[in-house]
Design a protein around this ligand. Sequence first.
Ligand SMILES: CC(C)[C@H](C(=O)O)[C@@H](O)C(=O)O
Ligand code: SF4
Length: 469
Amino acid sequence: MTTPKTLYDKIWDAHLVDEAEDGTSLLYIDRHLVHEVTSPQAFEGLRMAGRTVRAPDKTIAVPDHNVPTTAGREDPKNMTEDSAIQVAALDKNAKDFGINYYPVSDVRQGIVHIVGPENGWTLPGMTVVCGDSHTATHGAFGALAHGIGTSEVEHVLATQTLIQKKSKNMKVEITGKLRPGVTAKDITLSVIGETGTAGGTGYVIEYCGEAIRDLSMEGRMTVCNMAIEGGARAGLIAPDEKTYEYVKGRTHAPKAGQWEAAMEWWKTLYSDDDAHWDKVVTIKGEDIAPVVTWGTSPEDVLPIDALVPAPEDFKGGKVEAARRALDYMGLTPGQKLSDVQIDTVFIGSCTNGRIEDLRAAAAVVKGKKIKDGLRAMVVPGSGLVRAQAEEEGLAQIFQDAGFEWRLAGCSMCLAMNPDQLAPGERCASTSNRNFEGRQGYKGRTHLMSPAMAAAAAITGHLTDIRELS
Ligand SMILES: CC(C)[C@H](C(=O)O)[C@@H](O)C(=O)O
Ligand code: SF4
């Protein structure tokens, strides 16, 4: 009898090139995604060593972090000097090394984690890496996907392999059905609220259970996207009919005879019944509420109908952390979260910048106006998402309501481009990180789902989506 395996074990074993006695392993990499921030030194390293890219056909680059999201962004004058240098370097490196590339002028340009799945680069059973922590997103396809550092980027470019040590197996099961108003974002934030930002450290998480199965592929990407915020190496979900349906026909997905061969392998991608789990977390779907973050860590999460906590509500080091977070966020313990007034709304990012996210937000906004004086923007995750949203009339709905309709990029998810919060400015955001200064120096971030962010744009305060009529 063969040893029962988890999905992670299966993908790992299928990609293992060599393993040393101490467990240090060499893994084959199927897809290497590249962006402008973490790749310049890696390409420089290759150049200095006179090396080429080992598998240019498996390497896909796109600028996303630094690029402005307004018209005229091709002009380097509209970027900081550092940003312009990084984007120009990616342009040149992509050309010199002959890798797949979507420059800003290409409709397929967008956030790397949206571009990969959208164009069929991300497939079940693959190993996918990128010099970016949110590579976990691709785990939604039943791929082993995680971030790597710049020196590893160079190693993968040169060899198409990566040196790794195996992580432990963790199962996060979300049972039953979700209640109305609860989305994939609420699931993933609630899991982190439960396990903490270090709960997944040393593990690869497999998300499973009825509530996960019931999610669309886009919802599953939202869940896996934030595995890294829970400390995990990667997050993944076993592929099923929804996965195959999503992948089928995409530009770089297998075609004809190759599809059948791929399906043979994909059908084996599930955790065996008696596989060993090093840690198991179970959450009832019906216990998950629409949530928002109140602090400066993704684990600082509460149902929208809760009150701002007091430092004394916590234990140990978290007491001081909560005091500091409340001070930074300008919140008073006991205040209703739904009374917190906001200045800005950001709908976008690799967590929630896909078409279904925009549909969910537009459904809330339709026929309404954003609160007077509020700044609100929708930043599609890719040029293709943007085109689709325009075709469906969503762009018009947002613009009629007073939202800015932007070009694709990471935008206000992180303060590396012109879309930033001013000091003290408070934002309802669909992104994934609420660290101090994340969206701009002294900016204040509340993380939430697209529908909740849209609701906040209408009312001007954090809002319970279930109460917005
Ligand atoms: C700039 C990049 C290295 C970074 C990451 O790795 O995640 C960014 O994408 C982020 O979300 O903070
Ligand atoms: S959208 Fe945000 S989280 Fe995603 S890759 Fe860009 S900066 Fe990182």
